[in-house]
Design a protein around this ligand. Sequence first.
Ligand SMILES: CC(C)(COP(=O)(O)OP(=O)(O)OC[C@H]1O[C@@H](n2cnc3c(N)ncnc32)[C@H](O)[C@@H]1OP(=O)(O)O)[C@@H](O)C(=O)NCCC(=O)NCCS
Length: 328
Amino acid sequence: MVEPTRARVAVDVRAGALGAEEADAVRRLVADAAAQDGVAPVSEQPLLWLRSDEAPVVHVLARSGAAADGELAGYAQVDVGATTSASAELVVHPSARREGVGTALLTTARETAARVPDRTLRVWAHGATPAARSFAAAVGMPVVRELWRMSLDLADRPDRPDRPLPPHVTVRPFVPGEDEEAWRRVNSRAFAYHPEQGRMTSADLRAREAEAWFDPAGFLLAEREGLLLGSVWTKVHAAGELGDEPVGEIYVVGVDPDAQGLGLGGALTDLGLTHLAARGLRRAVLYTGAENEVAIRTYRRVGFEPESVDVMFGSDTPGSPGGVTMAP
Ligand SMILES: CC(C)(COP(=O)(O)OP(=O)(O)OC[C@H]1O[C@@H](n2cnc3c(N)ncnc32)[C@H](O)[C@@H]1OP(=O)(O)O)[C@@H](O)C(=O)NCCC(=O)NCCS
């Protein structure tokens, strides 16, 4: 379906996997915007969903008369997996900005969200650049969630042993093909309140296992008597992704609600950092909800400091706390 909108912008709304060439055009658009803005406008999950038939998303492709054949002026991905609110990430090519492309994408994203009565739309702005803030203000969307990136200099890490694990708890690496279901169960319990992380399926997990960065040696499971209590999952970003040097990420720390308060979260974070330092990395990052004081306190204690912010704009009031990569 191709719908003409104002200012020579044609918007193509699609469900299901994009073709290989279209997905490449989206990746090029995202890379061009990232080079211009200094921050990637679309996060990992939407990029993994470009070629997925099962993803709960709608793709919105914007072409304008000025763009070369096959090149996109803009792209939005609307996550329609939840019934109360849909979330979107949207990007306009740097050479096509201030021409109404962003407004056209947003209008279509809002219409997509509104296919379910009373479902609202929220939009993520990574880095919350002045353009994104002005755009959100212009279209009447206030801030509803804030996600911090915190970072730590691994070389400056105090030279002390890792925090001890609670009694009888042992740690071992994740085994692909065996641990998926147990991990998914604990993850969904630990992040029951979290709109994205808590909803990760075994298929989402397997998609990450297929990524080049996936390394089970940096994905540690904590067990007591064979029962999974929590995990720390690290990720190494290649040079160029988050700066000139490779960077380690504390990707997910989750502790089952029944095992929270024992010091397991802090001990697992230490083990993750020790793993990243042993890989020769000098910087570690993590993402956490600005309102998650317990997680932020834990991370500050380890030495993390806030570095940048992602902002979610929407037109309704915030529901769950959300935006947190660590269960307290
Ligand atoms: C934010 C973004 C999507 C805007 O796209 P766009 O196509 O330039 O937006 P529009 O042309 O529809 O702009 C609509 C209004 O937003 C405001 N606006 C947009 N960019 C602005 C800027 N750089 N400075 C000031 N106001 C701006 C203006 O009021 C504009 O209307 P006007 O041009 O008539 O003054 C684009 O800059 C982008 O892709 N940024 C990187 C990704 C991102 O931040 N996405 C999250 C968006 S919430």
